[in-house]
Design a protein around this ligand. Structure first.
Ligand code: ADP
Ligand code: MG
Length: 291
């Protein structure tokens, strides 16, 4: 039993989805979330019985339609908001507040505009001795490809470069787990492709655990070891899809397309029209009760 649970090829079934394993560093157990509305009957039911596990060193993507509750789930896992019920355990301890050993990377506005690249990346390292701090900062500036821009301010950088600063800062704090919420969502297509390739290279070098949220199915298949597919709101994790494809991934290969299409199917999306099987479009308005 133990063997099967920790076997990377193992898939759990019978409702306990998302790779339940003894070696999970993140465990989400039966998490429910309802935001209280301003008036009676206007509560927003966002999450419904979410189960998920992430193993050490794994790259897991959570994918789901806009507004389904992905950010809410990641914020619960990171300890920013408490769930209505259920439990999140990270590295063996119940989560009830954010913890500096794990870091969160947002879509934008993470960097401090009044600090240079070096100062931004070294921000969390004030207590280190200066030479050590400088060594760590330069290491991660080089790793994300910002060598030569050490003294630049964020306004002098492109959006992609600012996200690189953000990633370098996250890595410099030497977290055990990185949570990423659509970190490339504001970037153009080619920059996103490049950022994904670089993130994978960095992840392979650093061997961090990454839990990455996106509404972009292609992005999930390009990045993840395992994709957790969320339903529309009130959301749960409906299916997990393993992505056993070699890296770097060929996005035109039949195997890639097969995995991608499985996720489209799991989300109930018609690939030609982008609409879900029940005829609703996938934007959030269509899932607001009564509309
Ligand atoms: N603090 C909040 N108060 C009330 N409703 C919220 C709050 N945060 C999120 N929501 C609602 O919860 C739903 C899920 O939001 P979110 O987790 O941001 O979705 P996603 O990240 O998948 O796009 C949305 O309907 C959103 O309006
Ligand atoms: Mg979101």
């Amino acid at each position: 039993m133990t063997r099967a649970a920790s076997d990377p090829g193992h898939r759990s079934g019978g409702g306990s989805l998302a790779g339940e394993g003894v070696d999970a560093v993140v465990r989400v157990r039966d998490v429910w979330m309802t935001f209280a509305g301003k008036s009676r009957g206007s509560d927003v039911h966002v999450l419904e019985g979410v189960h998920a596990d992430v193993r050490a060193g794994e790259f897991v993507c959570i994918v789901g339609p806009s507004g389904c509750g992905k950010s809410t789930l990641l914020n619960i896992v990171a300890g920013f908001i408490p769930p209505t019920s259920g439990e999140v355990m990270v590295e063996g301890k119940r989560v009830n507040r954010p913890d500096a050993r794990r870091i969160f990377v947002f879509q934008e506005n993470g960097v401090f505009p009044w600090l240079t690249v070096t100062q931004n990346v070294g921000f969390g390292l004030q207590r280190r001795e200066p030479a050590e701090r400088q060594r760590i900062v330069q290491h991660y500036i080089d790793m994300v490809g910002l060598t030569g821009f050490e003294r630049a301010f964020p306004r002098e950088l492109s959006g992609g470069m600012r996200q690189r600063v953000e990633i370098a800062r996250a890595l410099a704090s030497q977290p055990s787990i990185i949570y990423m919420d659509e970190p490339f969502g504001a970037l153009d297509y080619l920059t996103r492709l490049k950022m994904r390739a670089d993130l994978i290279r960095i992840w392979q070098e650093e061997k961090k655990t990454i839990l990455f949220v996106t509404h972009d199915i292609e992005e999930a298949v390009q990045l993840a070891d395992r994709v957790l597919v969320m339903t529309r709101r009130p959301a749960t994790i409906k299916e997990e899809v393993r992505v056993d494809l070699p890296r770097p991934r060929d996005i035109d290969s039949p195997d890639y397309l097969r995995v991608r299409d499985r996720i489209f199917d799991a989300m109930g999306i018609d690939r030609t029209t982008g609409r879900s099987g029940d005829g609703a479009s996938l934007d959030e308005k269509s899932v607001v009760p009564g509309l």
